[in-house]
Design a protein around this ligand. Structure first.
Ligand code: AMP
Ligand code: GLY
Length: 426
């Protein structure tokens, strides 16, 4: 089969790396891809939300399946675009319909869905510009800290947590009236703060059956000890020690299965990855958010733990016979550290030559913001998150040790990474 992967990050490199190992995959295309995906297939200069150009590409390259990495094309309806197109309607898209992608695209939609199907989540209410006064009165009734969420996609920046009541009211005003996040904050969900430890749980579903993927924990803050600004992710580890069999059973019966039943009852077409952002409150799982895709940087530790053929599983998603496909998981720990550019997530410089890639050993390297300078035959930094390095180990410590040995081999001006992954789990 000829596969097109949409996206350009470490997650898409991990997907490409895994699909490339499948005997069923004849040719890989990645749009737009990065310097890492270029080593595995053909990068195409096509943007992920340019559906018309994607269509031309599919026809020209005779592509058999599309795997969507990021949320934006899904929330914009790429699956629906294919189904409604006479030429594309039989090309499977791994990713949900526009309506089902609202689980990520609208926090208000997700909250209503969870409440309707009794899926455990923080108590909340949604407000608009017209109900600003009621929103402030609602804040008066809550205990700090206050959690305010822009309804729509805001590139991971739409959640604001404040401990001061007046600041929370001002932020509500900022979001609703001054449109801090544009139309994404035309509605704001205010919710109860949940105290616990976060975990990312993933499934691959054909809409009827599902396979539980390895769970992971990501590290979002720039600073060690989970301090400083939020980033796109500084690393991930899988499995998560506190995700015992008992905890995962609760996740399945209270969250995953009711979610799939709800989607079916609502007649929403969901075929793809579904990501449950959870918080473990004293052993009880609650949903913080749904995402309609794999996580980044979780994919970089989750995908390498899948031993089975991912292409076979994706065929199962398209054919809705996922129950007939095999899913074997590597028992070992995988840890993935992200190397970033100095200054990230604020301002940073790019174009720094990267050396040491040839010295890596006993690990998998995934590229993100790294590009090939073909003229000078060198790889250069091209983004905030540059590379991620994943290694395995029989224990969390062993996996981390193997990862950090390799992290030290890479050199570029302004290299920064977190040295404390897993600090909260030991
Ligand atoms: P989200 O974009 O929904 O993942 O939220 C961003 C981050 O805000 C999450 O990863 C959590 O750390 C935090 N968060 C969101 N909702 C809550 C909540 N109800 N209670 C505590 N922390 C939360
Ligand atoms: N790592 C969190 C996300 O992909 O949204």
């Amino acid at each position: 089969m000829k596969i097109l992967i949409l996206g350009s990050g470490g997650r898409e490199h991990a997907l490409a790396w895994k699909l490339d190992q499948s005997p069923k995959v004849e040719e890989l295309f990645i749009a737009p891809g990065n310097a890492g995906t270029a080593l595995l297939g053909t990068n195409l200069p096509v943007e992920v939300n340019d559906f018309e150009t994607i269509k031309t590409t599919i026809i020209e390259k005779e592509i058999d399946m599309v795997v969507v990495g990021p949320e934006v094309p899904l929330v914009q309806g790429i699956r629906d675009f294919f189904i409604q197109d006479r030429v594309l309607q039989n090309i499977p898209v791994i990713g949900p319909s526009k309506e089902a992608a609202q689980l990520e695209g609208s926090k208000d939609f997700a909250k209503n869905f969870m409440n309707k199907y009794n899926i455990p989540t923080a108590a909340s209410q949604t407000f608009t510009k017209e109900t600003l006064t009621e929103g402030k009165a609602f804040l008066d009734k809550l205990n700090p800290p206050y959690v305010l969420k822009a309804d729509g996609l805001a590139g991971g920046k739409g959640v604001v947590i404040l401990s001061d009541l007046n600041e929370a009211k001002a932020e509500l005003n900022h979001m609703l009236v001054e449109e801090k996040f544009g139309s994404a904050s035309a509605k704001v969900v205010i919710e109860e703060f949940l105290q616990g430890i976060e975990i990312s749980v993933f499934i691959l579903t054909d809409g009827i059956h599902y396979k539980l993927l390895p769970e992971a924990k990501d590290y979002k803050r720039i600073g060690e000890g989970d301090t400083g600004l939020n980033t796109g992710g500084m690393g991930s580890i899988s499995p998560v020690p506190f995700a015992t069999g008992e905890f995962l059973e609760k996740v399945k019966s209270r969250i995953i299965e009711p979610t799939l039943e709800g989607l079916q009852k609502e007649n929403m077409d969901y075929r793809g990855f579904l990501f449950f952002g959870l918080i473990n409150v004293n052993g009880e799982p609650f949903v913080i958010e749904y995402n309609c895709r794999m996580g980044d940087p979780e994919a970089q530790s989750v995908i390498p733990r899948i031993k089975s053929d991912l292409m076979d599983l994706m065929e199962g998603v398209a054919a809705q016979d996922l129950d007939m496909r095999k899913m074997e998981i590597d028992e070992r720990y995988a840890t993935s550290v992200v190397l970033v550019s100095e200054g990230y997530p604020g301002k940073y410089e790019i174009g720094k030559p990267i050396s040491g890639i040839g010295n890596l050993n006993n690990c998998v390297l995934f590229y993100a913001g790294a590009g090939n300078d073909i003229e000078n035959n060198v790889v250069k930094t091209s983004g905030g998150r540059v590379l991620s390095i994943t290694s395995f180990g029989m224990t969390l410590n062993e996996a981390l040790k193997n990862t950090y040995i390799n992290v030290e081999q890479i050199q570029y001006e302004g290299k920064y990474y977190r040295n404390d992954l897993g600090f909260d789990l030991k």
